[in-house]
Design a protein around this ligand. Sequence first.
Ligand code: DX5
Length: 223
Amino acid sequence: MNVKIIPSVLPADLARLGEDCAALDRAGVDRIQWDVMDGVFVPNLTFGPDIIAACRPYAACGFEAHLMCWRPEELIPRYVDAGCELIIVHPETLRQPHQTYQSIRNLGVRAGIALSPATPLAFAEHVLDLVDLVLVMTVNPGFGGQSYLRTMEPKIAEARALLDRGGQDIELEVDGGIGPDTIAGSAAAGADVFISGSALWRYESFAEGVEDLRTRAEKARTA
Ligand code: DX5
């Protein structure tokens, strides 16, 4: 599985979101992640589907929506219509997780299961036939700029072993505090898809950041 570097646009210039999406696309990101927060499941409130739809024409790369929302079932089709090709949801927010992951696939897009730090990997075991991505959160969901939880690395390794045993083509994504000092640890533990927000915005350019993070992850994955 190739390493993928995906920005979270949470730290973007919210008055110039389209232009930032275009710049990220030019910088060679693999997708763009929208951290959707509803102020209920997490304290923060962020992007509605109309904002994402408005930004869709600015970038050719794929959009993924990480729905940190309570009972997101009715919202999911709206984020698909807005142009998201991958919908990631937390199982504890769903009435019937197995049914919802199936419903995302039925909309013709890919599905991801997000595991908060305290959520066991076991929550993913019985839906691996319905998802294309497992997201191991390395911070508690709700805000960008938090510190990476190194204690999640055994969970990442456990997830890597689970996915390798199953043999399916499922991405193992990590999100939260991913930057030059932390990406190697998560990559060595088995992650192959990396969400970076505040750290990416700290580089001189997006292109420099994408290249540096990708190089560090690839080196750690092959070490
Ligand atoms: C937490 C968010 C953040 C964001 C990345 O709910 O999901 O993890 O994507 O932010 P940084 O890279 O600043 O931790």
